[in-house]
Ligand binder design. Structure first.
Ligand code: TRP
Ligand code: ZN
Length: 870
């Protein structure tokens, strides 16, 4: 159901612009409610398109008040221009020359900009967000990524109110007028690298910085500055360290050097997403910059490291080489996610990182691919591009690159990447350009591989094997079911890493890489003395679902013996998934084979504690609901929740006396450090704590809560207590201790919403939604309550539907002020077809209510329309 007045943009209709931009000069006269933006834009006619006749100049522009405009110094009559909601048309008869200077003055209102796109204010600070199409809310401009220009930016403001004024590139000039009352000042910034408008940024306000330097591989010294609100300067050290390690890593691994003399990061409290890679001036959600041991968890430190790296890596994969149009988003995002995953693996543990990434991929991307919002890694059409910053574009986009690297080999991958940077530096590119580089450098035909970019849905791989006269034969069959808007899919290239294990745990034959290109592939390997146990899809070598009848003995064997850490973990996960589905549907008891296997893993000192923590963590209720649906039955959220609890109790019981010992053995001595080794021990300690709580009712958790000297342990104790339903005191104490710290308060809201027992969750969030600290206009706080509640599976999916109506009420409320964040959160309903008829009807009523709301944004109506059409 396409929303009224919204048009569909199609990849097939791409046309180069009629005019290029050479230079842009902007002047900002900052005022909270009436900022003036003066632009001087040098346009050059696109001579490739002159043959097609004279073109009007169409400039994108939204919510702009046009004050004046001129061409080559001649003032235009505003009546000669046609302005609509989306922009401004300058008729071609006013454009006699191939090159001309456009000048305009517009007024914008940053203070009333609650959508957090364009120029807006966050706690008195001016900041911008231009990706994907926010620049058009700042001035009239051809706001598309293939138009790249050199920007010069002058910012003027009141000296006392706005002491710091930043933009992209290098600071060229600064001056003040102390005699004026009040005193004023200005700064001029120049970015020598041509860039699309989505990479423009301006930040101004009362900021302090944490500074450092980095010497690049060619010996240049780069100034590094992290800007934060006064008082937060002591929480920047980790982000700075992560930045320097990222810069070094990109030199060492990709040969990429930073290309300006200054690199800045600013932390902003009101932000729709994680962070943004604006040239030389990255803007971050403050939760991905600020960290101290007392206020940030191990997970926060890890995310800060990964996101700092991600945005920094965009400097080459995104900024120096950018996207021709927004359909090519995965060109920069898939590659940059792949690079940040490599980086984090190198900094920490590849095994643990891979398991974490696959958990995320399955939870978010497989879920998306299985529902009404499924789309290819490179979509072919959209209504609102903000709705396509998805797990499919990012995470599956990264998987596609991982497969490509596996297929061509590490050395060929390096050669291809060097060629990519050489060939396309300074250009706005497509996926075809990317693939062509690999074809040219490896001599391979990648046309079938390219289907990964075009076909949506998660392929399924079914496996059958046999053994005769020393020969092991394995047959794979792939299928890719129809998904939203796509049917009759072709077979894809699936790289399958296959290992063989002997019953003694040895590997009698080397691992193979099978390059599956047809619907069915059979591989035979001779020379085994006994039937090997296959280890299939090692390292999760392709983003597919493996269907295989395998008995639990074999799973327990693989969990104990597989040398591939991913498949070792996967064997335990598979086992748990099957067992929990049985426990939830027919009340089967916990299988002692499983609990003793878990006991073994938990107590095996040769295994990395971080790995043990992952292996001991049962699949989420959400993942189980999908597994139950895949078996053809209606998921019962309460039964699933109870089965998980029962199985955890059985694991705890199997560990018995060894559990407290394990818990204490994982204590990290000395002051807190956020490194992977210490974090891994704390992860296992907190897994042990949640198991132990099943036996001691929370006594150990109470002690940990009140004695913890770091947020990781304080919060894990609080979460455990909240799950028991007896955490009133701890919850209140946490509030008392932390109510002045915004980021910690986000955790306080989120943990209650996500971990409250099913029957208490709704009452908890209703009461929190009227708490004085529930500032719903702040996206982090909103997500901490409303978003976190929707992850409380059994609480959200109450059978009376009140969980759904509560969330729908809040989505409607938020859509009036922030469409982008609302549309994203509507994804909480994307799985609705998985549930029973009663729940489907209840959800449908809410979706319809949202959809019918007058003046719903096009962001939200695109998403809700698609979900309803499922
Ligand atoms: N390009 C950013 C990244 O991947 C994400 C991004 C896209 C974004 N649109 C945004 C961030 C809007 C904030 C707001 O790192
Ligand atoms: Zn990115």
């Amino acid at each position: 159901m396409p929303p009224k007045n919204a048009s569909t943009i199609k990849l097939s209709e791409y046309a180069a612009p009629a005019y290029w931009v050479e230079t842009v000069d902007l002047t900002f006269r900052l005022q909270p409610a009436a900022t003036r933006v003066l632009s001087k834009i040098k346009f050059n006619r696109n001579l490739d398109r002159t043959a097609q006749g004279a073109h009007d100049l169409y400039l994108d522009g939204r919510n702009l008040t046009l004050i004046s405009a001129s061409i080559d110094g001649t003032l235009l009559a505003l009546s000669d221009l046609t302005q609509d909601d989306e922009g401004l048309r300058i008729p071609h008869h006013l454009l006699p020359n191939d090159s001309f200077l456009w000048q305009a003055e517009v007024e914008v209102n940053p203070q009333s900009n609650t959508a957090l796109e364009g120029l807006y204010m966050s706690n008195g600070m001016y900041c911008t967000q231009c990706e994907a199409q926010g620049f058009r809310k700042i001035t009239f401009y051809p706001d598309r990524p293939d138009v790249m220009a050199v920007f010069t930016v002058r910012i003027e403001s009141l000296l006392d109110d706005v002491p710091e004024m930043l933009s992209n590139g290098n600071a060229d000039e600064y001056g003040s007028d102390q005699t004026a009352t009040p005193a004023t000042h200005y700064a001029v910034w120049h970015d020598p690298w041509p860039k699309p408008a989505y990479l423009f940024a301006l930040v101004a306000g009362d900021l302090v910085s944490h500074d450092d330097t980095f010497v690049t591989l060619s010996g240049r010294t780069v100034d590094l500055r992290i800007f934060v609100r006064p008082g937060d300067e002591n929480k920047c050290a980790y982000a700075m360290d992560a930045l320097k390690r990222s810069m070094k890593w990109d030199e060492d691994v990709y040969g990429r050097e930073y290309d300006l003399d200054l690199f800045m990061i600013v932390a902003v409290d009101d932000f729709n997403m994680g962070a943004m890679e604006n040239k030389g001036l990255n803007v971050f959600n403050s939760k991905y910059v600020l960290a101290s041991p007392e206020t940030a968890t191990d997970r926060d430190f890890e995310l800060i490291e990964g996101i700092i790296a991600h945005e920094y890596f965009h400097n080459w994969t995104g900024n120096r080489i950018t996207c021709r149009d927004w359909f090519q988003l995965c060109l920069k995002e898939g590659l940059t996610v792949f690079r940040d995953q490599q980086f984090s693996g190198d900094q920490r543990s590849h095994a643990v990182k891979r398991i974490d990434d696959v958990l995320q991929l399955r939870a978010r991307q497989f879920r998306e691919d299985a529902g009404p919002l499924a789309h290819p890694v490179r979509p072919e059409e959209y209504i609102e591009i903000n709705n396509f910053y998805t797990a499919t574009v990012y995470e599956k986009g990264a998987e596609v690159i991982g497969m490509l690297k596996l297929l061509v080999g590490d050395a060929a991958y390096d050669v291809a990447l060097t060629e990519y940077f050489n060939r396309h530096d300074g250009q706005a590119c497509t996926i075809e350009d990317w693939i062509k580089v690999f074809e040219d450098t490896t001599g391979r035909d990648l046309s079938q591989f390219a289907l990964w970019y075009a076909q949506s849905g998660t392929p399924r791989l079914s496996v059958k094997d046999s053994f005769e006269d020393g020969t092991y034969t394995i047959t794979f069959a792939q299928s890719n079911a129809d998904s939203a808007g796509q049917s009759g899919k072709k077979p894809q290239v699936i790289p399958i890493r296959l290992g063989f294990l002997g019953t003694d745990g040895s590997e009698p034959k080397p691992e193979m890489l099978i390059e599956m290109t047809t619907r069915e592939t059979t591989v035979s390997v001779a020379g085994f003395s006994q039937k090997p146990i296959p280890s299939i899809l090692r390292g999760f070598s392709a983003p597919v679902i493996v269907d295989r009848d395998i008995d639990n003995q074999e799973r327990a064997f693989l969990l104990a013996h597989d040398r591939d850490p991913f498949n070792k973990w996967e064997a335990g996960r598979d086992f748990a998934m099957d067992l929990l589905c049985d426990m939830a549907s027919d009340g089967q008891a916990a299988d002692p084979l499983f609990t003793s296997a878990m006991r073994h893993v938990a107590l095996d000192p040769s295994l990395d504690p971080a790995f043990r923590a992952l292996a001991l963590t049962l699949p989420s209720d959400e993942a189980l609901a999908q597994a139950v649906r895949d078996r053809g039955t209606d998921p019962d959220p309460l039964a699933i929740h109870a089965a998980r609890g029962d199985l955890n109790l059985a694991i705890a019981t199997a560990l018995g006396e060894d559990l407290p010992a394990l818990y204490h053995a994982m204590t990290v001595d000395g002051p807190y450090t956020p490194d992977a080794k210490a974090a891994g021990k704390r992860a296992l300690k907190s897994t042990a704590l949640s198991l132990l709580t099943k036996l001691d009712g929370g006594a150990t958790a109470e002690v940990q809560f009140s004695t913890a000297d770091n947020m990781t342990e304080q919060l894990s104790a609080l979460a455990t207590l909240i799950r028991t339903g007896h955490a009133t005191e701890a919850t209140a104490a946490f509030y008392e201790q932390w109510h002045a710290d915004k980021l910690v308060m986000d955790k306080w809201f989120a943990i209650q919403a996500a971990a409250a027992p099913p029957d208490a969750a709704l009452d908890t969030v209703i009461s929190l939604s009227s708490h004085v600290d529930f500032d719903w206009k702040n996206p982090n706080r909103y997500r901490s309550l409303i978003g976190a509640f929707a992850t409380n599976h059994a609480g959200f999916h109450r059978d009376d539907g009140r969980g759904y109506s509560f969330v729908a009420d809040w989505l409607i409320e938020l859509d009036r002020i922030n469409p982008q964040t609302t549309a994203r959160l509507c994804g909480v309903f994307e799985t609705w077809k998985r549930y029973d008829e009663n729940r489907q009807a209840l959800i449908k009523t809410q979706l319809q209510r949202i959809s019918d709301f007058p003046n719903l944004s096009k962001d939200t109506s695109e998403i809700v329309g698609k979900i309803l059409a499922a």
